[in-house]
Design a protein around this ligand. Structure first.
Ligand code: PGA
Length: 263
């Protein structure tokens, strides 16, 4: 799985958040698979709620689509009522996890220190780890968004090792663009993705840092995906609302031009 990931320059991820029951999840997978064709250079990931993971994994089995957790706890096991560990995700057969989504930071008060522990635990287990960063509107208005995102990256990735890099994916999700219908402008995205790439280089000197995909998230849909995916330094998208419709998500998956994928 990890080797396959290295060959993918683009990652298209569906974050279902807290949506769907068993039948809706099965239906989503059936509709998606009826038209999905795997392609070199592009990894597709689906992040359902925990309880739907076995169902989605079974439904997508053999498709090459990665299935992962929207969150995890850093301790492998223990008296942590209500939590699910990275070890449990791995044991189930999940290949990926999202760490530090802004909704976890905001509604569940997950701070930089906790997220650094989660990020490390996820990678130590072997999970492809989407580490999310992004500023609030106030910070953008005040012009402190670069500083804020740099601090999130430094805190979350401080002790990252060379051999972790093939399991790291960054998602830039400006909080003000999530679920709001507002997307950052092309210029905002070029600027911040370039800034994140430059910051990553200061965190790690290994050449592999340049292969770490940087995804954009925040009101990506089937209409704006092609434009966003054509922006420099955008190596994929993390999609919330629009991923709940399997055919809209498929349109987003198919928005990367085949020529860019080298097929
Ligand atoms: P959205 O969510 O596409 O609904 O804005 C993105 C995300 O939170 O991952």
């Amino acid at each position: 799985m990890v080797l396959y990931m290295n060959m993918n320059r683009f990652v298209i991820a569906a974050n279902w958040k807290m949506h769907f029951g068993v039948q809706e999840a099965k239906d989503w997978c059936n509709v998606f698979l009826s038209q999905y064709r795997p392609t070199r250079g592009r990894a597709v990931m689906v992040f359902p709620p925990y309880i739907l993971l076995p169902i989605v994994m079974e439904a997508l089995h053999g498709s090459g689509i990665w299935v992962g957790g929207q969150n995890m706890y850093h301790a492998p096991k223990g008296a942590f009522t209500g939590e699910v560990s990275g070890a449990m995700l791995w044991n189930l057969g999940c290949g990926a996890v999202i760490i530090g989504h802004s909704e976890r930071r905001k509604h569940f008060h997950e701070d930089d220190a906790l997220l650094a522990m989660k990020r490390k635990a996820a990678m130590d287990i072997g999970l492809q780890t989407i580490f999310c960063v992004g500023e609030e509107w106030d910070q953008r208005e005040a012009g402190t968004h670069h500083e804020f995102v740099r601090a999130q990256l430094l805190a979350g990735l401080a002790d990252i090792q060379s051999n972790d890099l093939d399991r790291l994916i960054i998602a830039y999700e400006p909080v003000w663009a999530i679920g709001t219908g507002k997307t950052a402008t092309q210029q905002d995205i070029v600027d911040m993705h370039g800034f994140i790439r430059a910051t990553l280089r200061t965190i790690h000197s290994d050449a592999g840092i340049d292969d770490v995909p940087i995804l954009y998230g925040g009101s990506v849909n089937e209409e704006n995906a092609a434009e966003i995916l054509s922006v420099k330094d955008v190596n994929g998208v993390l999609v919330g609302g629009a991923s709940l419709d399997p055919l809209k998500f498929l349109t987003i998956v198919n928005s990367i031009p085949m020529t860019v994928l080298g097929n």
